[in-house]
Design a protein around this ligand. Structure first.
Ligand code: HEM
Length: 529
C-alpha cells in the first residue's frame, strides 16, 4: 500500500523545490525582487536578455531600461545593471568585484588566460604590475624609441599612403585606414618596429585580415552566455551547429601569427642577452621584453615543478597569450574611436572644429613632441567628447557581487544582495546622463573647455570610456598617445569631408564598431592642403 505513495511524495517535493527555486524565491523573496525588472520575465528567466545579447543589441536595450526605470534594473533572475557612480561604478569596479567566468570563456588564448580575463585578483594584480611602468604616461612621452616609431609610421608611411590615395580622387575608407595604422602602431610598441605589422602599406591585405577578425564577434555569444551548451556541443563534435568552422580557423590563424611575432621578439632578446642589442632602439620589443623579463624570474620555480622543457613552453604560450590581447585590444578599440572622430570632424556642421584644430596644430613647433601634443586643449576636448559619445567598449562589463552587497543611489539603494549575482555597468548609459552632460546626444567638444570647475569634476567622475579600478584599461595612455598623434598627422595636412556615412551607427554589443552598410563604413574625400 505504501510503495506507490513514496514516488508521488518525492515527485511533489521535488516539484515544490523547483517551483520555490525558480518562481517564488526569485520573484518574491530574493533581495533582487526589490529591483525594477527590465522585462516582466526577468525575475524568472534569462531568455529576454539573452535574445538581445545574441543579436548584439544589449547596450541600447539596457540603456532604454535605465531611462524608464532608473539607475538600478534587473535583467535576469541573477543579473542586474547599475547606472550611477556612488553605489554603482565606484562600489563595483573601484571596489574590486571579481570578473567571474564571462571573460575567460572567450579570452583564453592558447588555452591560457591573459590578465584581461583572469578571474581572481591575486594573479591579475601580479601580472598587471609587470606592465605599469611601460604604459605610464611619462614613460611613453619620454621614450625616444616611441617617438621614432611614431615618426616612421605616421610621416613616412601613413601620410605617404594618404597622399597617393588622395591623388586618385577616390574617397578613402577611413575605418580600414585606421585599423591598419593602429595595428602597426601597437604591434611596433609590443614587438619592435622591425618585427611589427606593416598593414598601412598593404591595406587590402589588412582589410581581409580585419574582416576575418571581426567575423568572430557575434559567435562569442555562445561560449560567453551559454558555456555549458557550447562545451557539450564541442565534446560531441557538433559545435559547428552554433559556431562555423571558419571562426575556429580564424582564431587559430591569429594565434599562429602572434606566436610568430613573439618568437621573432624572443630572437631579439636572446641576441641582447648575448650582448648584441638591436642597432635601432625602435626595434626593441618593449612590451614583450617587459613581460619576458618579469616572467623569467618565476622560471626557476616552475622548472622544479614541470621540468625545464615544459616550463619553457608554458612561458612561451603565456607570453603569446598576453601579447595577443594587448595587440588586438589596442588596435580594435583605437580604430573604432578614430573612425567616429573622423566622422564627426568631417560632417558639415563641424567644419569650424576642423578649422580650430588645424590652427591649434599649426602652433606646434614639433608635431612629434608628445608632451606638447598631449597638452593641446582643443584636441583633448574633441577626443574626450568622441570617447564620451562613441566609447569603443560602451557595453556591459560584468562582475560578480561579494556577499551582502549594497548597490544603487543612496535613498533607493538595495542592500543584502547575495554573493554571486552578475552585476554590470555600461559607458553608453553613464555618458548619456543629461544632468551631467546636458543635451547628451550632441557632439559638443566645448563642454570639455567651457564647463565650470564643479561641472567638469562631475563629468570626469561619470566618464568611463576606459573603465575604472584595478581592471581599468592598462593601455589608456598609449591609446591617447597614438590617437592624438594620428589626428595631428592627418588634420594638419589634409582636409576631409563626408562622402558616405550611412554605416556610422554603433553595433550594440560589448565592443561597438560602426555598423557599416553594404561593406562600406566611412568614406571621406581627402584634400591635401
Ligand atoms: C580607445 C582606445 C581604448 C579603449 C576605449 C579601451 C577601453 C578599455 C576598457 C573599457 C577596458 C576594461 C574592460 C573590461 O573590464 O571589460 C580595457 C581593458 C584593457 N585594455 Fe583597453 N582600451 C583602449 C585601448 C587599449 C590599448 C591601446 C591597449 C594596449 C595595450 C589596451 C589594452 C587593454 C588591456 C590589456 C586591458 C585589460 C586590463 C586588465 O584587465 O587589467 N587598451 N580597455
Amino acid at each position: 500500500m505504501l510503495t506507490p505513495a513514496i514516488p508521488t511524495i518525492t515527485l511533489a517535493l521535488l516539484l515544490g523545490i523547483v517551483v520555490y527555486r525558480l518562481v517564488f524565491y526569485p520573484i518574491l523573496l530574493s533581495p533582487l525582487a526589490k529591483i525594477p525588472s527590465a522585462h516582466w520575465t526577468a525575475p524568472f528567466s534569462r531568455l529576454w536578455i539573452l535574445y538581445y545579447r545574441s543579436r548584439q543589441q544589449e547596450t541600447p536595450t539596457v540603456h532604454n531600461a535605465h531611462a524608464r526605470l532608473g539607475p538600478i534594473v534587473r535583467l535576469a533572475p541573477n543579473e542586474i545593471s547599475v547606472n550611477c557612480v556612488d553605489g554603482g561604478i565606484r562600489t563595483i569596479y573601484a571596489g574590486g568585484y571579481e570578473k567571474g567566468d564571462w571573460y575567460i570563456n572567450v579570452f583564453n588564448n592558447y588555452g591560457i588566460p591573459p590578465m584581461f580575463s583572469m578571474p581572481e585578483h591575486g594573479p591579475h594584480s601580479r601580472r598587471r604590475r609587470m606592465f605599469s611602468n611601460i604604459y605610464a604616461k611619462s614613460t611613453l612621452q619620454n621614450s625616444a624609441a616611441l617617438t621614432t616609431i611614431t615618426k616612421t609610421l605616421l610621416k613616412d608611411r601613413l601620410v605617404q599612403r594618404m597622399r597617393e590615395m588622395s591623388r586618385s580622387d577616390k574617397p578613402i575608407e577611413f575605418y580600414y585606414l585606421f585599423t591598419a595604422i593602429t595595428l602597426d602602431f601597437v604591434s611596433a610598441y609590443v614587438f619592435g618596429l622591425a618585427n611589427a605589422s606593416r598593414c598601412i602599406e598593404k591595406p587590402d591585405l589588412d582589410r581581409a585580415f580585419f574582416e576575418d577578425y571581426k567575423m568572430r564577434q557575434p559567435y562569442q555569444f555562445w561560449p560567453q552566455e551559454m558555456p555549458i551548451l557550447t562545451a557539450l556541443l564541442e565534446r560531441t563534435g557538433l559545435k559547428w551547429l552554433i559556431v562555423p568552422h571558419k571562426v575556429s580557423s580564424t582564431n587559430n590563424g591569429i594565434e599562429a601569427w602572434i606566436l610568430q611575432l613573439c618568437d621573432q621578439a624572443e630572437i631579439v632578446m636572446r641576441e641582447a642577452d648575448g650582448g648584441k642589442e638591436p642597432a635601432k632602439p625602435e626595434d626593441w620589443p618593449t612590451v614583450y621584453a617587459q613581460l619576458r623579463n618579469a616572467l623569467s624570474r618565476d622560471l626557476l620555480k616552475q622548472d622544479l615543478e614541470l621540468g625545464a622543457d615544459a616550463s619553457v613552453q608554458t612561458q612561451r604560450m603565456t607570453k603569446a597569450s598576453e601579447m595577443l590581447d594587448h595587440t588586438l585590444a589596442g588596435f580594435d578599440t583605437s580604430s573604432i574611436l578614430l573612425t567616429f572622430f573622423a566622422w564627426r570632424l568631417s560632417r558639415p556642421e563641424n567644419a569650424t572644429w576642423q578649422e580650430k584644430l588645424r590652427k591649434e596644430f599649426a602652433g606646434l613647433t614639433d608635431e612629434f613632441d608628445a608632451k606638447a601634443v598631449d597638452a593641446l586643449p582643443m584636441l583633448h576636448a574633441a577626443l574626450m567628447e568622441t570617447l564620451r559619445l562613441h566609447a569603443s567598449i560602451p557595453g556591459n562589463q560584468p562582475r560578480i557581487t561579494p556577499a551582502a552587497a549594497t548597490l544603487g543611489v543612496s535613498d533607493h539603494a538595495v542592500s543584502g544582495i547575495p554573493a554571486g549575482v552578475r552585476v554590470q555597468s555600461q559607458a553608453w548609459s553613464l555618458h548619456r546622463n543629461p544632468q551631467v552632460f546636458p543635451d547628451p546626444e550632441a557632439w559638443r567638444p566645448e563642454r570639455w573647455l567651457e564647463s565650470s570647475e564643479t561641472q567638469m569634476r562631475e563629468m570626469n567622475r561619470w566618464f568611463w570610456a576606459f573603465g575604472s579600478g584595478g581592471r581599468m584599461c592598462v593601455g589608456s595612455n598609449l591609446a591617447m598617445y597614438d590617437m592624438k598623434a594620428i589626428i595631428v598627422a592627418i588634420w594638419s595636412r589634409f582636409e576631409t569631408e563626408v562622402v558616405f556615412d550611412e554605416g556610422m551607427t554603433h553595433k550594440g554589443g560589448y565592443v561597438a564598431e560602426p555598423a557599416g552598410k553594404d561593406g562600406r563604413v566611412l568614406e571621406l574625400r581627402v584634400t591635401e592642403l
